[in-house]
Design a protein around this ligand. Structure first.
Ligand SMILES: [Zn+2]
Length: 411
């Protein structure tokens, strides 16, 4: 399976040829950058999880002459050009989009933005670490060092696709980093999406206006802290009947209000969508002898400048609610899955540049593997992604030279 994935990456995305354009800032490099990025990509594809595991595999397979040493990889990563890696990401996206490997979500191309904290430690730090003081049990205070980044993904019905990330620098908040990320994504992927979703933090006129300038709509979660909008939506909900429907096991009561004059600074009308959701779940009763139904309730509110639907068609509203909920894809498919399955929180090399290098290359590998899985795996016995990743990992270890499926590098 390892060989299949490497061949697929090269056949479909020309991966190991296009990464030749990535350079780094070493003064007199003995080893070409492409050998470094190739080593990192095969480490990510095979889910080795650390440079130590790669080092182990290099010495076990007697590959010292083929694969750069771990210290060379780490040192080079400090200065690998991030923009050149991002350009490879754009090429992969363009190929995937043109070949219809990606699909819109509920009829729309949806971008999602959110922040993620990468690592916490009290020992390891660099000049670009963020820090905070935490109080442990017993009142002991401790400094915690961590890195944080914002990510932008495309939602999809089968897979989401990670477009880009941007570090959150020390002494700044998520939103400052997200402006840089949004500006760059809007420039690099101008037609990739038509609406962007964020959590309550993104309910800012600057975010709505920036996206509007680029002809994109915005959806942001409405929290109680935004009192005026929140209270207006609640009063309107008391005065009007919701639309009700059932989808799967969930019963929805949805209001779609047009609100004006409650958001100083934005000055335009916005829609506030309110969704009261009740999901019936069947669980074992306390004595374990019978089943009982419990009802899970959740209330959601979103603010958006998406145009009002032209008709009263319930399907339009259902789709809008589903699109609003797709924000979870960034939590589930981008952060949780890459952390749990791909060890994305591992710091391969603790420097500002290297952290982003390893993450960008990891997300590139994850994007390709997701496409490979849905388009190329016909074997019905491979049901889960975790199992597929295990097969790739064991394929890597079983290959006498993991570089052999890669065509000669044109350097
Ligand atoms: Zn640091």
């Amino acid at each position: 399976m390892y060989r299949k994935l490497i061949r697929y990456s090269n056949k479909i995305f020309n991966l190991f040829n296009i990464i030749v354009s990535i350079t780094d800032g070493r003064l007199k490099p003995q080893i070409a950058t492409v050998k470094i990025t190739t080593a990192i990509i095969i480490m990510q594809f095979s889910n080795l999880g650390s440079l130590n595991s790669l080092s182990q595999a290099i010495s076990a397979g007697n590959l010292k002459k083929d694969i750069p040493s771990v210290s060379t990889i780490a040192r080079s990563a400090d200065s690998i050009n991030l923009e050149e890696i991002r350009n490879i990401g754009i090429e992969i996206y363009q190929k995937a989009r043109k070949s219809k490997m990606l699909s819109p979500y509920c009829g729309m191309w949806v971008g999602i933005i959110d922040g993620h904290e990468q690592t916490t430690s009290k020992y390891h730090r660099c000049p670009h670490c963020k820090s905070r003081i935490v109080t442990k049990k017993g009142g002991v205070k401790e400094v915690q060092y961590y890195h944080e980044f914002t990510a932008f993904i495309l939602a999809g019905p089968d897979i989401s696709f990670i477009l880009d990330i941007e570090p959150v620098l020390p002494k700044e908040g998520e939103i400052s980093s997200s402006y840089r990320l949004l500006e760059r994504v809007l420039g690099n992927y101008p037609k990739a999406f038509s609406v962007v979703i964020g959590d309550g933090l993104y309910l800012k006129e600057t975010v709505f206006n920036l996206l509007k300038k680029h002809h994109k709509y915005t959806i942001a979660v409405l929290k109680e802290e935004r009192r005026q909008l929140f209270e207006e939506a609640n009063s309107l909900s008391l005065l009007s009947e919701p639309k009700t429907y059932k989808q799967g096991r969930t019963y929805y009561k949805v209001w779609d209000h047009l609100v004006s004059g409650c958001w100083d600074g934005y000055g335009r009308k916005v829609r506030v969508i309110v969704s009261e959701e009740a999901t019936v779940k069947r669980t074992h009763s306390k004595d374990g002898k019978e089943w009982e139904d419990i009802v899970d309730k959740a209330n959601w509110m979103w603010v958006t400048n998406l145009p009002c639907p032209e008709s009263e068609d319930l399907d339009d509203l259902k789709n809008t609610v589903r699109i609003c909920h797709s924000r979870w894809q960034i939590e589930n498919q981008c952060f949780n899955e890459t952390v749990n399955t791909w060890k994305a929180d591992h710091v391969y090399r603790h420097s500002k540049n290297a952290i982003i290098v390893f993450l960008l290359l990891l997300f590139m590998a994850v994007n390709i593997l997701n496409i490979f899985r849905i388009r190329n795996i016909k074997d019905k016995s491979i049901k889960t992604k975790v199992y597929l990743i295990e097969l790739i990992n064991s394929g890597f270890h079983a290959t006498s030279n993991p570089l052999s499926p890669i065509p000669p590098i044109p350097i």
